[in-house]
Unconditional design. Structure first.
Length: 435
């Protein structure tokens, strides 16, 4: 049993227990009426009768309940299901909705002795009677063996007859930081262009500290949108600097698809090598073993543990590498991580659809797909301006909403842009980005 419950604020919460155990009273004490989806309420809404338990009415009521739950999860809202949840099929259906919308799931098992429930049931206007209650207790005992095998992210037991009710804390996931307002300098895909990264940091006002690691006099922090590696001449140098900045608490690093491949290269895995990865592989021949070991460890850590995206500044700013669908914002898990790092795929007919579908309040800042100039579309901003292709390296200053760029020193990979544009001098307003 527990006296404190911690639940992600975008979760599916399912209360499980027999009638009259106290689920509804407890949920009303800890959640808002809009967050609670009660099966009895759904039954009343479809039939005008709270206690009409005809099978057809129950089927329609639960169809309504599932739809209600799904729409809240789709909108990244907490959904608390108040029903007995004693049937395996009901729990499996609810779990499938959580997985569909990448929501954390919590099963809260509500316990009380039978005599307490019988007494409470006698005092209720919507009494189910002792026969139904005894059958529910028997079913509860049988179903307990299945709970741990069903795949819930959390299984929490609470004692409903206790005088001290457990407190409930709704918490954001680690990559959700609504109170973190910055200021940030968000840097697009570097792709091994160490010299240009140095140029950009100087333009942004970053200066070396006594140990040589850049810092900003105004306390700004860096966010790398990913793809630090491959294509340019110095992926190791870029990672060395980024890791030193991270270790000093001055930068956060999101992993891009090229960083995933670079991590595999550092591990010595066999894989198809393109031109960008071939350049990175050549670098490894010229670095001391001890230095490579430190870089390898840092890259593996970032690829293995970095969040799929960041949600910042009262949810006004989301930062991802390649893409993010609205229903994934604030979520985590393998599917979300892969989508954020790889997008919809270069040969997918749906590539870029996530931008057209974006309806959230967040400005979504991303890289991955290079464009000659920063591109603002449907409240999303691409800041991969093809530095490795001879374009520019771009940063967004937040919350100032200003763009800062430096021109690439050379075409490092491929044939470059057909008509490369010169990076503008100084800061330019975000609104000037091409739409």
């Amino acid at each position: 049993m527990t006296r404190a419950i911690t639940i992600p604020k975008r979760a599916l919460v399912v209360l499980c227990g027999p009638s009259a155990v106290g689920k509804s009273t407890w949920s009303r004490a800890h959640f808002t009426s809009s967050q609670i989806i009660a099966s009895d309420r759904c039954r009343q809404m479809v039939s005008d009768d709270l206690n009409w338990h005809e099978p057809l009415v129950s089927d329609v009521a639960f169809d309504f309940l599932y739809h209600w739950v799904e729409q809240r999860l789709r909108l990244n809202r907490l959904a608390v299901v108040d029903s007995t949840a004693l049937m395996t099929g009901t729990r499996q259906h609810l779990l499938s909705l959580a997985r569909k919308w990448h929501s954390p799931s919590a099963l809260i098992i509500c316990n009380a002795d039978m005599e307490t429930c019988l007494r409470r049931d006698r005092e209720r206007a919507d009494s189910v009677g002792p026969r139904v209650l005894r059958r529910q207790f028997k079913l509860m005992a049988h179903e307990r063996r299945a709970f741990s095998r069903e795949g819930w992210d959390q299984i929490i037991e609470i004692q409903m007859s206790s005088e001290q009710e457990p407190a409930v804390h709704l918490v954001p996931l680690p990559h959700e930081r609504p109170d973190d307002e910055g200021p940030f300098d968000i840097i697009g895909d570097v792709h091994g262009c160490r010299a240009e990264l140095g140029d950009l940091l100087l333009n942004l006002g970053w200066v070396p500290d006594e140990g040589g690691t850049p810092h900003h006099p105004e306390g700004r922090r860096l966010i790398f949108v990913g793809d630090l590696s491959c294509g340019g001449p110095d992926s190791i140098g870029v990672w060395d600097l980024a890791l030193r900045l991270r270790d000093a608490g001055r930068a956060e690093i999101l992993a891009g698809d090229h960083d995933v491949r670079f991590a595999r290269l550092l591990r010595g895995e066999a894989m198809e090598v393109d031109r960008g990865l071939e350049i990175a592989a050549g670098e490894l021949m010229n670095h001391p073993t001890a230095h490579l070991e430190r870089i390898t460890e840092g890259v593996q850590e970032v690829v293995g543990t970095s969040p799929p995206h960041l949600l910042l500044d009262h949810e006004r700013l989301a930062v991802t590498h390649a893409a993010i669908a609205d229903h994934m914002i604030g979520k985590t898990g393998r599917v979300v991580r892969d989508f954020c790092r790889h997008g919809e795929g270069p040969r997918s007919p749906h590539r870029g659809d996530w931008i057209r579908r974006h309806r959230g309040i967040q400005l979504v800042v991303h890289g991955h797909t290079p464009t000659p100039v920063p591109r603002m579309r449907n409240h999303t901003l691409s800041i991969d301006t093809g530095c490795v292709l001879g374009g520019a390296l771009t940063a967004l200053r937040w919350p100032e909403r200003r763009l800062v760029q430096v021109q690439a020193r050379a075409i490092h990979w491929g044939t470059g842009w057909a008509t490369p544009a010169s990076a503008p001098q100084g800061e330019i307003p975000l609104e000037s980005a091409v739409c």
